[in-house]
Design a protein around this ligand. Structure first.
Ligand code: CA
Ligand code: CA
Length: 402
């Protein structure tokens, strides 16, 4: 019922269309963060030309880690290339299929990040990327067959334009996923997780998902509970301009880490389409939340629900939600929300005005959400990268109608 998945080929300079093609009209990058992203990917290349200190390195499936990772003598493993590369270097990866890459390396003390990318338009497939220890690295434009796994020794890692099956963030800090795609899961009922490593207090800090598509986390075996993401112990998490669909139970379940008792705090979720679910009841399920958690300018095809834990500091601001229970009104601060059925908790009761749900949650002409969003505080851009507000006030939901 959704658009075909995008081509997994490495992105071109017009990569924005790769993300946008299936769900939104392609937009030029207008967002400052996107411009910075583009700048960040260009700067290392410029340095590589200008300065031998950040000379390019090369990898190929036929290379050897006894080599210096030069063009004529390429290396074989990502870890070896990282070790010999200087901050800001580009590592060009020749086409082909690479086995799992474990980064257990001496971390660089500072950036700019070392960029791993396909050489030219090569197609590069990697079984998995596991960062056990390492810092300041960007993986860009690869297909990862299995997972990307950030362990507690991982710092300042970016995944950009990566198509993968699953991700794990377990105690790692400063981890970004941008313009990437996650899913579908496999027959083992796997799901994505953000929390401390097993039986530790090592909270993951400063995590970003920006323009990420997470979908098709299904239950394959009876009795399994499968969500698109499980989030327990995390401090500092932003999920924005992203899209969830075909999650079995919930899009996101917030809970408490069983070992250390900590839950999510300092969370912002904005400009995201949540289409939910196969057999679950809620887009967002709140088991435990320490807060603050701000959920603003999102569009939901299903409601949100409390699961019986301790939930504090939750604000719902300027969302469009298909249904909501009046019992939720006292559990959070609600303002400027549009709710189609049930209680809007002081907001507006009206049809969602979605253009073509579940696939397309942009707003129709005349939708009640148009010009109903919070006029005093809002994201500068919408899910499409279009400016807010358009007209006299911002629109509720992820889409600002232009
Ligand atoms: Ca508006
Ligand atoms: Ca828009």
């Amino acid at each position: 019922m959704h658009d075909p998945l995008p081509d997994s080929s490495p992105p071109t300079s017009d990569g924005e269309a790769w993300y946008g093609a299936a769900i939104v009209r392609p937009q030029r990058p207008k967002d400052r963060t996107i411009r910075l992203l583009v700048a960040a990917t260009l700067v290392p290349a410029a340095l590589a030309v200008a300065s031998p200190a950040s000379a390019a390195r090369y990898l190929s499936t036929g290379g050897s880690d006894a080599n210096p990772c030069t063009r004529s003598k390429p290396c074989r493993s990502f870890a070896r290339a990282y070790t010999v590369a200087k901050p800001g270097a580009v590592v060009y990866v020749a086409g082909g299929s690479y086995p799992s890459q474990r980064m257990n390396v001496r971390p660089k003390a500072h950036g700019p990040k070392i960029l791993f990318r396909p050489a030219g338009k090569a197609r590069v497939t990697i079984d998995s990327i596991r960062v056990t220890r390492g810092s300041y690295m960007t993986f860009r434009g690869f297909r990862v067959t299995d997972d990307t796994f950030n362990e507690q020794g991982a710092r300042w890692i970016t995944y950009s334009w990566i198509k993968m099956r699953q991700f794990f963030i377990r105690g790692a800090d400063h981890i970004s996923y941008r313009y990437s795609e996650v899913g579908p899961n496999g027959s083992d009922d796997g799901m994505n997780w953000i929390t401390a490593p097993y039986q530790t207090n090592d909270t993951p800090n400063d995590i970003l998902f920006d323009h990420v598509r997470i979908h098709d986390f299904k239950k394959h075996n009876s009795g399994a509970h499968v969500d698109c993401i499980g989030i327990d112990d995390v401090n500092g998490l932003v999920i924005q301009s992203s899209r969830f669909w075909n999650c079995e139970h919930f899009s996101i379940i917030f809970g408490k880490d069983l070992a250390n008792g900590r839950a999510a705090r300092n969370v912002l979720i904005q400009n995201t389409f949540f289409d939910c679910c196969y057999s679950g009841y809620y887009s967002l399920g709140f088991g435990d939340v320490e807060g603050p958690m701000r959920i603003r300018f999102n569009s939901f095809t299903l409601g949100v629900g409390w699961l019986g834990g301790s939930v504090r500091g939750l604000v719902f601001d300027s969302n469009v939600i298909s249904g909501n229970s009046s019992a939720n009104c006292d559990e959070a601060v609600w303002r400027y929300n549009v709710v189609a059925s049930g209680s809007a908790c002081g907001g507006r009761r009206a049809a969602t005005g979605f253009r073509s749900p579940p696939r397309d949650l942009h707003l129709r002409v005349g939708a009640a959400a148009v010009n109903y969003g919070n006029p005093n505080s809002h994201p500068r851009l919408d899910i499409d990268g279009q400016r807010r507000p358009h007209g006299r006030r911002p629109d509720a939901g992820a889409d600002e109608r232009h």
